[in-house]
Design a protein around this ligand. Structure first.
Ligand code: FPP
Length: 250
């Protein structure tokens, strides 16, 4: 038995970067006879809990999928509601997040958002840019394919020649430049798909899928995901460590 304290996970192998597809808000709400937006609000409250837990567990980077490039296709009131949530989070939570040492970053395209909201996002990023406790990357109007298109466009505009293109150079042109690739990606509500999330960065990420809807995915579930991660054997396409004379492929 380990003598771990309440805030430790089973192993010291805490992922540095955890990314989350916060799915199931709509079903959570419908199953309670509530409008879908109530699910997104409950999901936002849960984000607060998970953010605190992430700091306690020693995670350095948390990336959340809050609004995809495909989410524009949802009913206008839901799209508008999600925009309002982002605005409310900045208006109501920014000061506390700043005090807690959270560095806010955005991945995706700000261009299509209301100019006032764009300004709020940019000033939140500016205010928190030197914070060191945890980097919270908010994927908002984000799509993995769109990110790759954007990176290719930037490289061509910069006059980069074909021979100069490498893995590292592409990573540097992603919205996530400077952020390590996610070690662990969590998807709530049981769907088994990538949904255009970090498709470049997820090349060697470990996945954790749970049936739990996002508003119910609490600290204990996060601990369970981290414990599962700690037991994974990450081989990056290679083999496990050599034990004695045998190579363990796992
Ligand atoms: C997917 O659930 C969730 C989203 C599209 C939005 C997630 C957003 C939040 C939790 C709010 C946090 C936002 C910010 C800006 C901090 P779904 O609606 O597709 O669920 P369903 O599959 O059950 O319908």
């Amino acid at each position: 038995m380990s003598d771990r304290t309440e805030n430790q996970t089973a192993d010291t192998l805490v992922p540095r970067h955890v990314a989350i597809i916060m799915d199931g808000n709509g079903r959570w709400a419908i199953s309670r006879g509530l409008p879908r937006l109530a699910g997104h609000r409950a999901g936002t409250e849960n984000l607060r809990r998970i953010l605190r837990a992430a700091v306690e567990f020693g995670i350095d980077y948390l990336t959340i999928y809050a609004f995809s490039t495909e989410n524009w296709g949802r009913p206008p009131e839901e799209v508008h509601g999600l925009m309002r949530i982002l605005e409310d989070v900045i208006d109501r939570e920014l000061e506390e997040l700043h005090q807690e040492g959270v560095q806010l970053r955005h991945i995706g395209r700000l261009e299509r958002l209301d100019p006032k909201l764009q300004e709020k996002v940019l000033s939140a990023i500016e205010l928190t840019r030197n914070n060191k406790q945890l980097v919270l990357n908010i994927a908002f109007n984000y799509g993995g394919r769109d990110e790759i298109v954007h990176a290719v466009q930037c490289m061509i505009r910069d006059g980069i020649s074909a021979d100069e293109v490498t893995d590292e150079l592409i990573s540097k042109h992603m919205f996530t430049a400077g952020v390590p690739d996610p070690d662990l990606i969590i998807r709530t509500s049981g769907e088994l798909r990538v949904s255009n999330f970090l498709i470049w960065q997820a090349a060697y990420s470990e996945w954790y899928i749970t049936q739990t809807y996002w508003p119910d995915f609490g600290k204990e579930e996060l601990r369970k995901a981290l414990d599962t991660y700690a037991q994974r054997d990450r081989r990056y396409g290679g083999l496990s460590e050599v034990v004695g004379n045998e190579v363990h492929a796992g």
